[in-house]
Design a protein around this ligand. Structure first.
Ligand code: AMP
Length: 544
């Protein structure tokens, strides 16, 4: 027997129209040169209609890709709704990638129109002639030297196009399975790989993200996504925040930690989201001066492992840091950590273990850990293997990439490439990326555990642990450490002594090198590829 409910399509148009109908007076706040500028949801709605009309006039049709090279700001949010709601596909490009990757991505996606921030034009200009399918360029602001100097396809001013567009755009009724957005993830080998998010996936992701036991986003929130809008849709927060009518605070181009603290203070931000590096920077500003961050209730932190020391430092400031794990292939939400009610009474160490873990799978994300033979391992917190996932916002394939079939199991699970354990309560503990694990004498060493322990030392600002080749053991860990500027005194031996009681002796790094800065990827994660290359010939000196 079939259910007798309506066949209602889950599309982003509902989110846009709901926000306009119920929350027209709520605001989107964008940091700008002189402070901030504000637009109401009612204004946003009107501008989304005009932008859709403008794109239509430039020839954008259903299924066409509309790309952006842009920071987090209101115009980008307008594009987040205009392109998908008119049936086109929003394609956010990470402009911090290498130039040849940007060219590859834009050509592979066959972007028809590209919207660019004035501050990103210097990245675009040398590539303009290589973007084979781009027919129009729209500059989202005033370029420093006017439009005339830009080569390549015709260039338009965003505001001119909006002013000339009709006030209403007849958004079509879309099928929820249609593509709404695209994002490329840079692979360790080969070209970046494209993900295509459907309306249905993004709507379901928004509903679940808003849940109290997930990210708990509500109308009363003032949400500041620091995670870039070119990185997995800013973790879906622009859609979720609009859906619930939350105020959105968008930090715009290249915000410094001081800019972020100022936004938290002045806009009374309640929820902020970003990678650990961002929160380390903000922490040092908070530790240097007096700031009123009393509005900030929680930080969503993920993208790479949030060290326990970071979570605890914010706890002391009265801010809960919710550790989350996800992937571009998962739109990106997988897990968020919350302590189950009946674990409140557990000893502090055990509680801390749950709070610093990657957390519990959210509703509709199935996960399991499999061994090298593809068999499920026990949920006992010890048995390690590869994490595989499935769910309504998990990729079923990459865009036009037949070479990636091995990323999926025969029975349809996505292989994350993360090595993990699941404990008996269901908390996920990520040990490493498969490629970052260190295999010493046939046994695995987790670089993440060593890094977290090192970053708990008061003199350590950042630490990354990589494998170096070793004749006897195959691989051995090398720690690369950035000292805090105020603590030059800590030595290699001090740090090894600090680690010794915490790990089996064979886990201890063979050496610790001090460097000025850790190389970071385009989205702010430690770039271990660069470190592995830099230290591949590092001479080992055994720890005493
Ligand atoms: P991306 O697709 O760029 O967001 O990268 C996804 C990868 O980042 C995951 O497969 C993990 O390796 C890593 N990652 C994301 N969140 C976390 C986390 N909370 N802890 C450890 N690794 C993480």
């Amino acid at each position: 027997m079939r259910g007798l409910m309506m066949d209602y399509q889950l599309t982003l148009r509902h989110i846009l129209e709901r926000a306009n109908r119920l929350f027209p007076a709520k605001h989107v706040v964008t940091r700008d040169r002189d402070g901030v500028c504000r637009g109401s949801y009612a204004e946003l709605f009107g501008r989304v209609h005009r932008l859709a009309g403008a794109l239509d006039a430039l020839g954008v049709r259903r299924g066409d890709r509309v790309a952006s090279l842009a920071w987090n700001h209101q115009r980008h949010l307008e594009l987040y709704f205009a392109a998908p709601c008119m049936g086109a596909v929003l394609h956010t490009i990470n402009f911090r990638l290498f130039a040849d990757q940007i060219v590859y991505i834009a050509n592979h996606a066959e972007d028809k129109v590209i919207l660019i921030d004035p501050s990103v034009l210097p990245i675009y200009e040398p590539l303009a002639d290589q973007l084979r399918t781009v027919e129009h360029v729209i500059v989202m602001g005033e370029p420093p030297s006017g439009l005339g100097s830009l080569g390549g396809p015709p260039v338009h001013r965003y505001e001119d196009l909006l002013a000339a567009a009709p006030a209403k755009y007849p958004f079509p009724d879309l099928d929820e399975g249609e593509a709404a957005a695209m994002c490329y993830t840079s692979a360790t080998t080969g070209h970046p790989k494209g993900l295509v998010y459907s309306h249905r996936a993004l709507v379901l992701h928004s509903i679940v993200e808003a849940m109290v036991d997930v990210v708990a986003v509500c109308e009363r929130d003032v949400v500041m996504p620091v995670v870039p809008m070119f990185h997995v849709n800013s973790w879906g927060l622009p859609f979720t925040a609009t859906m619930v009518g939350a105020t959105q605070v968008l930090p715009n181009a290249a915000p410094t930690p001081t800019d972020l603290v100022r936004l938290i203070e002045t806009q009374r931000v309640t929820l902020a989201a970003g990678v650990p590096t961002v929160w380390f920077g903000v922490l040092s500003v908070l530790q240097q001066g007096r700031h009123d961050i009393s509005s900030l209730k929680r930080i969503l932190c993920g993208g790479s492992a949030a060290p326990a020391a970071l979570i605890q430092a914010y706890e002391r400031l009265g801010v809960e840091m919710w550790h989350a794990w996800g992937m571009t292939e998962m739109s990106p939400l997988g897990t968020v950590t919350h302590l189950k009610s009946y674990l409140d009474d557990r000893p502090p160490d055990e509680r801390a273990g749950y709070i610093t873990s990657q957390g519990l799978p959210s509703a509709f994300v199935d996960m399991k850990v499999i061994d090298e033979q593809g068999q499920d391992v026990a949920w006992d917190g010890n048995a390690m293997g590869e994490l595989v996932v499935r769910g309504p916002w998990v990729a079923a394939s990459y865009y036009r990439d037949p070479t990636s079939a091995d990323r999926f199991t025969d029975d349809g699970w996505f292989r994350t490439g993360d090595v993990a354990t699941l404990d008996s309560e269901g908390y996920l503990h990520i040990a490493d990326r498969t490629k970052d694990l260190i295999k010493s004498g046939g046994e695995w060493i987790s670089s993440v555990d060593l890094e977290n322990a090192l970053m708990a030392h008061p003199c350590v600002a950042e630490a990354a642990v990589v494998a170096i080749a070793d004749e006897k053991w195959g691989e051995r860990p090398l720690a690369c450490v950035v000292r805090r500027t105020d603590s030059e005194a800590v030595s290699r031996d001090d740090l090894l002594e600090f680690l010794r009681p915490r790990f089996a002796s064979w886990w201890l790094p063979d050496d610790i090198v001090f460097i000025e800065e850790l190389p970071k990827t385009g989205v702010g994660k430690f770039d271990k590829k660069v470190l592995r290359e830099q230290f591949k010939d590092h001479a080992r000196s055994s720890p005493s």
